[in-house]
Design a protein around this ligand. Structure first.
Ligand SMILES: Cc1cc2nc3c(=O)[nH]c(=O)nc-3n(C[C@H](O)[C@H](O)[C@H](O)COP(=O)(O)OP(=O)(O)OC[C@H]3O[C@@H](n4cnc5c(N)ncnc54)[C@H](O)[C@@H]3O)c2cc1C
Length: 453
């Protein structure tokens, strides 16, 4: 008898797991349980709206979702609509792929002031995650500090300074475009505790900052090393050293380039450890301690400086919230090589924490498939699987959004976009469901059991 497998979460790690198990067992069934009516996790709500090419990876996930052995249960939240224990009763294997959705806090004095917004919240807001719709970030400021020198920090800085024309062919949310483009923001400071050798940007993302229409990238050449020091050569692999060299070269180009007529600035500030958020109720600036690198660590020098700003966006990492009924520690599910316990597995960011690119999640899917193979021998135990979940959700009157339903939502988003924008995303779940109803779907409460698509 074929295995019945439930995957909770439809981001990259969920789909890579689906791919791995479908390849391993031709007779398995795979049900993907997703709390939103929309699939793809951070591909839709994290990846920057102006990076359409990155999002095309979703096409390969769509192929998997359309495999006859796979069923998408959108708008179903594990821990709310169905518990993990209930899934485990019904499936031979349950794989958690729920990602990391919450911001790490700066943990310094003043970080609870109005005007300090985590990057997860901010990115979700401009990308249209329904829960972030009403964030209303205070953009009524000329100056923003983004804490962090990685790709997410760069995404945030770029979206803040790109012109409406540069964003026209993107799926930036309308409410975000209106607010950002009406804001007086002129200066964005990206500040990192460590130096340029330890910055986490990929070179393509960094170089992009040199090609913005109305914003110049500003770098202090004194913060760039002449050559990579021997100490760093011991710390990094050859591949990392090549990337570091490319980044240093790019930063040097920025340092040399004249801003010209561009009115906005993105400043790269290294060796700057934020120690206090300044202001009264609302942020007025950030106080930093200058650092120096010692044995790969940033240590304080006792010298301080301040950057005035009205908005601070820490982009220092994400962590995941516990899924009820799952052992949790340090923002991750407690697991050994992806196995939480026999029958329950985890992949992607809830397994490893928030690191790596989309493709980094792929080996997790392979590993989960191997663990399932080791625990089950590849044979199902005759659990009810899909029929059991459908019956439970129908009894609870959960409105399940199938993959075909999602395609109707997507078609409506594409249809209402103003070219050259590829789509105009719905901002709330209610809008998505209304679009579905308007599209003539047979969707109705308690129709989960009747889903044939
Ligand atoms: C701002 C940002 C930009 C990024 N840009 C890039 C990029 O340009 N290129 C790149 O390669 N990588 C990028 N990444 C990294 C990439 O997005 C991640 O590696 C990847 O999305 C992690 O996959 P995941 O499946 O673990 O989590 P996610 O993508 O977060 O997917 C988790 C899914 O689980 C669902 N879920 C959560 N809880 C439940 C529940 N209880 N029940 C049911 N479903 C649930 C969520 O709704 C979501 O759909 C970016 C990350 C961020 C944060």
């Amino acid at each position: 008898m074929g295995l019945s497998i439930a995957i909770v979460g439809s981001g990259p790690s969920g789909f890579y797991t689906a791919e791995a198990v479908l390849e391993k067992w031709s007779d398995c069934t795979v049900d993907i349980v997703e709390k939103l009516p929309t699939p793809y996790g951070l591909i839709r709500y994290g990846v920057a709206p102006d990076h359409a090419k990155t999002k095309t990876v979703a096409k390969s996930y769509e192929k998997l979702a359309l495999d006859p052995r796979v069923r998408f249960f959108g708008n179903v939240e594990a821990g709310k609509d169905v518990s993990v224990a209930e899934l485990r009763e019904r499936y031979d294997a349950v794989v958690l792929a729920t990602g990391c959705s919450t911001d790490k806090k700066l943990g310094i004095r003043g970080d609870d002031k109005k005007g300090v917004l985590g990057c997860a919240a901010f990115v979700n807001w401009y990308n249209g995650l329904p829960a972030a719709r009403d964030l209303a970030p205070p953009l009524d400021t000329e100056s923003v500090v983004v804490v962090g020198v990685g790709n997410v920090a760069i995404d945030v800085a770029r979206v803040l300074v790109k012109t409406p024309e540069e964003m026209a062919a993107t799926d930036l949310m309308e409410h975000a475009a209106r607010a950002i483009h009406a804001s007086p923001i002129k200066q964005v400071y990206m500040a990192g505790r460590r130096g340029p050798l330890h910055a986490q940007f990929t070179n393509v993302e960094l170089r992009e900052m040199g090609h913005l229409k109305d914003a110049a990238a500003i770098v202090d050449p004194a913060q760039l090393p002449e050559t990579i020091p021997d100490e760093a050569k011991a710390e990094f692999s050859d591949r990392q050293l090549r990337l570091i060299q490319r980044n240093i070269d790019t930063l040097r180009d920025f340092a040399k380039a004249a801003p010209g007529a561009r009115k906005k600035r993105v400043h790269f500030v290294f060796f700057a450890n934020p120690v206090e958020i300044l202001g009264g109720e609302r942020v007025t600036g950030v106080r930093f301690e200058k650092t120096k690198m010692e044995k790969g660590r940033a240590t304080g020098t006792g010298e301080f400086f301040e950057i005035p700003c009205g908005l601070v966006i820490p982009a220092i990492g994400y962590y995941s919230l516990p899924v009820p009924g799952v052992p949790w520690e340090g923002g991750k599910a407690i697991n050994k090589d992806g196995r939480i316990e026999p029958g329950l597995y985890c992949v992607g960011w809830i397994k490893r924490g928030p690191s790596g690119v989309i493709g980094t999640n792929k080996p997790d899917g392979d590993e989960a498939a191997d663990q399932i193979a080791a625990d089950t021998g590849g044979a199902g135990k005759g659990k009810p699987g899909r029929a059991g979940l459908e019956a439970l959700l129908a009894a609870r009157k959960v409105r399940v959004v199938s993959f075909a339903d999602w395609k109707r939502i997507e078609a409506a988003e594409v249809a209402r976009a103003t070219p050259p924008a590829p789509r105009r995303k719905f901002a709330t779940v209610a809008e998505m469901l209304a679009a579905l109803d308007a599209s003539g779907s047979a969707a109705a409460p308690a129709r989960a059991a009747a889903q044939a698509d």
